[in-house]
Ligand binder design. Structure first.
Ligand SMILES: *Cc1c(COP(=O)(O)O)cnc(C)c1O
Ligand code: SF4
Length: 341
């Protein structure tokens, strides 16, 4: 029996990752399994292999047999780094990769190249941070930093504070968007010390990553609420995945629950064409069809933007259903009518 004290210790959760079944040792060798006992406890044991939590966190043979996606960096992130660990693709915003550490190795990850083959643990050093700081000072057109990884909340609070403070102290940086899956996979890590520290970072938004209603537990909501009480707004991004969440009912439940808890569904992403991820792909049309199905069911607060990233760093493409056709516009009942412009 696990002691409650251990269970509620985030470092204990990290030390006690659940092993992959032996039959997947070859997959595991390439894409090592990492699952917190907390996240694994959300798996429903009646049909574990078809479970949406299991499928997001434990290996699948298709990761090495389905080679229809063969690029580990299809968005050319590595080529769009003017200085190490800073992806500068758009004019006004850039992504900062703080670490390659995560609490769970999500099987659908965009950046699995960072943790593949048991890559050595890595965290941004002070001298790398100085180089980035200098770059940002020289590029005052950048006003928003997306703090990502890995998972930035894997860093110890003092270390993360140092990074966030140094970034937010740059006069041209007005917004910091911290992307994290920690509220979903290790909510106990959101402790009072972390919440106090984040409260003092100006312009901070948190972007969480809930993909399925079963991930939205009392523990996860309590973690989000600690941040909301500090005045930090929370967004959510969801990755659309085949046989995990690619149906109307599941997503309606997810987005309604999030919005009711003041977590704004921000993005619904098509999976990126990363090697090992093809079995999760739904096709772009599926996402558009789902957004159309939400028109009468979900409010604009509850509905995210459907988007996907073009290959080679071509940028995000947000997509809406064709509500305008041949100069006419689609009514709620599906008929197209004129608009007196
Ligand atoms: C998604 C992304 C951003 C943020 O773009 P938004 O449109 O603000 O969501 C910035 N830089 C890179 C490299 C991205 O992939
Ligand atoms: S937490 Fe994010 S970076 Fe880490 S494995 Fe999951 S999706 Fe990838």
């Amino acid at each position: 029996m696990t002691k409650e004290k251990d269970w509620n210790d985030w470092h204990w959760q990290l030390r006690n990752s659940q092993p992959a079944p032996a039959e997947f040792a070859d997959v595991d060798k390439i894409y090592p399994t990492l699952v917190t006992p907390y996240y694994a406890s959300l798996i429903e044991t009646t049909a574990p292999h078809n479970d949406p939590i299991y499928r997001q966190s434990f290996p699948d043979r298709a990761e090495i047999t389905d080679t229809s996606y063969d690029n580990l960096d299809p968005l050319n992130e590595e080529a769009q780094m003017p200085v190490p660990h800073l992806i500068h693709r758009y004019q006004d915003r850039a992504v900062l990769l703080t670490t390659n550490q995560c609490a769970v190795h999500c099987r659908f990850c965009l950046r699995k190249r960072k943790w593949k083959d048991d890559a050595a643990p890595y965290t941004l050093s002070n001298s790398e941070l100085s180089t980035i700081e200098q770059y940002l000072k020289n590029h005052s057109e950048i006003n928003e930093i997306i703090v990502s990884g890995g998972d930035p909340l894997m860093l110890e609070t003092d270390k993360l504070q140092n990074i966030l403070k140094r970034i937010s102290d740059i006069p041209s940086i007005k917004i910091i968007r911290l992307g994290t899956r920690i509220p979903v996979v290790l909510p106990i890590r959101i402790d009072a010390k972390l919440a106090d520290m984040l409260e003092d970072i100006p312009g901070l938004w948190i972007a969480t990553h809930f993909n399925h209603p079963r991930e939205v537990t009392q523990e996860a909501l309590a973690a989000c609420n600690k941040l909301q009480k500090k005045g930090i707004p929370i967004l959510n991004q969801t990755v659309l995945m085949k046989n995990i969440n690619d149906n109307h009912e599941t997503l309606v439940e997810l987005f309604r629950t999030l919005a009711a808890n003041r977590i704004k569904p921000h993005y619904l992403f098509h999976i990126d064409p990363v090697a090992g991820n093809a079995h999760f792909a739904t096709g772009i049309d599926k996402g558009v069809e789902l957004i159309r199905s939400f028109r009468n069911t979900l409010s604009s607060i509850e509905t995210p933007l459907f988007a996907f990233d073009l290959q080679k760093g071509g940028g995000k493409i947000p997509l809406l259903p064709e509500y305008k056709k041949n100069g006419k516009f689609e009514k709620l009942n599906g008929h197209y009518i004129n608009y007196p412009e």
